[in-house]
Design a protein around this ligand. Structure first.
Ligand code: ATP
Ligand code: MG
Length: 155
């Protein structure tokens, strides 16, 4: 993996472009809030892969007319990226399982939305490869927030 200086804003905006059509079809709005400009030492392709999976999920698991907000800020030499949606949310008793390979919440299975349940397990693997962390907060019926934390410099 090649590490380079990555402008997180650019990675987010180019990921928005990838899902733009899908979001527009569902009339889902996407917003980026850059509280602070942050660059990190990372592999930009991998970072985009992480963001694409999370933003794609947000579009899939949010009803028409919903919205997605990505925010970026800095905290003690870490970049903090959060991806929030106001979609279907994840029941509390399933929250700790969504990073498992092939795990899908029952509702997602029955909706037959075509996923494999691998996305988040790959995301978690990639995030940890960058010495990052991923956390999730969710309320069934209200929405979900994934929070990524990456060290700004790679050691
Ligand atoms: P794929 O492999 O195509 O990504 P998937 O989206 O089903 O399939 P994951 O991305 O790993 O798999 O997500 C696992 C499960 O977690 C999903 O099936 C869904 O039930 C739940 N989930 C993930 N993101 C969200 C979200 N933003 N809102 C609600 N549920 C979510
Ligand atoms: Mg997915």
């Amino acid at each position: 993996i090649a590490y380079e200086e990555v402008r997180v804003k650019d990675a987010v905006l180019s990921t928005f472009k990838l899902v733009k059509q899908k979001a527009e079809q569902k009339q889902i709005t996407m917003e980026f809030i850059e509280e602070e400009e942050v660059n990190i030492e990372a592999d930009s392709g991998r970072l985009k892969q992480i963001l694409a999976n999370l933003i794609d999920n947000a579009v899939i698991y949010t009803q028409a007319g919903g919205n997605i907000v990505v925010t970026l800020k800095k905290k003690e030499e870490h970049a903090i990226i959060s991806i929030s949606d106001n979609g279907m949310g994840i029941p509390e008793d399933e929250l700790n399982r969504i990073f498992e390979r092939f795990y899908r919440v029952d509702k997602a299975r029955s909706r037959n939305s075509g996923g494999t349940g691998l996305g988040l397990s790959i995301v978690k693997y990639l995030v940890e490869n960058f010495n990052g962390t991923i956390a999730v907060q969710s309320k069934a019926g209200l929405g979900t927030t994934f929070t990524l934390t990456f060290p700004i410099r790679h050691f």
